[in-house]
Design a protein around this ligand. Structure first.
Ligand SMILES: C[S@@+](CC[C@H](N)C(=O)[O-])C[C@H]1O[C@@H](n2cnc3c(N)ncnc32)[C@H](O)[C@@H]1O
Length: 375
């Protein structure tokens, strides 16, 4: 990080301290302990000192300005001089206030800010199995790193892992930083292009979409933004008749090839064209059809809950362009990014599900998408 300035560098302003300052500081503290019986706050040995000097100071930087004059001339101090010993002790106290202790005892963690529609089962899966009331500090640090500020359904999670003043959680290990948040499941279709690779609905989520439509008794569905066809194919595999539309000719051709390789061409028709323009005609021809919407939210970052733009109902309609109208009479299934503001869905009888990464993918704890069915 560019603004990382270790304490040692800050103390070397306006001119470097003589190297002998540091061993002398430790020896003065030892001499003082012998005289008064009082142990240092932080600097018990050279290891503590070196660790403190490498750290970025926390809190009020005016403490650095207080510390520096205490160290001036210390390299020449007489070890038996009580005044110098007390100055070393003041320096030790300031070190303690500037450099946090790494917490090693268990920490009580709380996670708040859940969208009320997220079930306890999903919450437990997202948080993981470690007991929140007494978590290993390193696990707490990972949880803070992964979940604090994560936008799920338009609500921000807050992870609180309080430690006593002067202490801090350890840094989350590199290999546990943010990986699963972004990890994809890969595509299960034989033919995909670059867009298809990140936008294909993972198999287990496409399964869930098909189950939802089947349970709602849907016989025909229109998928105006079908991409390489994952959801459309899964609907067809469930015996639902599908009218799918894809505007990119190459991708529409891939969707057709995918439909062939799954043997569902009798149930699935892929139209190449503008799904928004074709929707009224397809609905007129199939008046009982449901509509499935998975419009493009703009790249892999669409699945990143930290993305800034508001993803809500108005934004969803805007993705379809100025002529996009979602008919109210048809059952509607939406596939939404996990940060979609669920509260902005229009009035209606909505069933909302939170979909996690596939079992065994390493992303089981991550909410990937939300689906919302208006019956
Ligand atoms: C998120 S992807 C769909 C992924 C699909 N559900 C799957 O799982 O394979 C959205 C697709 O909509 C297409 N698209 C965007 N606007 C469109 C429009 N007006 N008409 C038809 N397709 C459109 C994009 O080219 C993209 O392939």
């Amino acid at each position: 990080m560019s603004d990382f300035i270790p304490l040692r560098e800050l103390l070397d302003e306006p001119r470097p301290l003589p190297r002998k300052t540091w061993p002398k500081l430790i020896r003065l503290l030892r001499a003082r302990k012998k005289r008064t019986g009082e142990a240092p706050v932080l600097l018990h040995g050279n290891g503590d000192l070196q660790r403190g000097l490498q750290m970025r100071p926390k809190g009020d930087l005016s403490l650095v300005a207080e510390l520096r004059p205490l160290l001036d001339g210390m390299h020449r101090a007489d070890l038996e001089d009580a005044t110098w010993q007390d100055r070393a002790s003041q320096a030790d106290v300031l070190f303690g206030r500037l450099t946090p202790r790494i917490r090693i005892e268990p920490v009580a963690v709380t996670v708040t800010g859940w969208h009320p529609l997220i079930t306890q089962e999903v919450r437990d899966a997202v948080v993981g199995h470690a007991p929140l009331a007494a978590m290993r500090p390193v696990d707490a640090a990972v949880l803070v790193h992964e979940l604090d500020g994560l936008n799920l359904g338009g609500h921000l999670l807050a992870v609180d892992a309080p430690v006593e003043p002067g202490a801090t959680l350890p840094a989350p290990p590199r290999d546990r930083r943010g990986g699963p948040r972004r990890r994809g499941d890969g595509s299960w279709l034989p033919n995909v292009d670059a867009v298809g690779r990140w936008s294909t609905t993972p198999r287990h989520i496409a399964d869930a979409h098909a189950d939802v439509l089947q349970e709602a008794g849907v016989r025909t569905v229109i998928d105006p933004f079908c991409g390489c066809g994952a959801d459309a194919i899964r609907f067809a595999l469930a015996g639902i008749t599908v009218h799918a539309v894809e505007c990119e000719p190459g991708r529409a051709a891939m969707a057709r090839r995918n439909a062939s390789s799954f043997g569902v061409t009798d149930h699935l028709t892929v139209h190449q064209g503008d799904g928004v323009a074709l929707l009224p005609k397809l609905l007129a021809e199939n008046p009982d059809a449901a509509i499935f919407l998975d419009p493009p939210w703009g790249g892999a970052e669409a699945q990143d809950g930290t993305a800034r733009e508001l993803r809500d109902w108005t934004a969803l309609l805007a993705l379809g362009g100025p002529n996009f109208v979602v008919p109210e009479h048809a059952p509607l299934l939406l596939k939404l990014p996990r940060d979609f503001a669920i509260d902005t869905l229009p009035e209606g009888d909505w069933v909302v599900d939170w979909h996690r990464g596939a079992e065994g993918s390493g992303a089981e704890r991550v909410i990937k998408t939300i689906s919302a069915l208006r019956r």
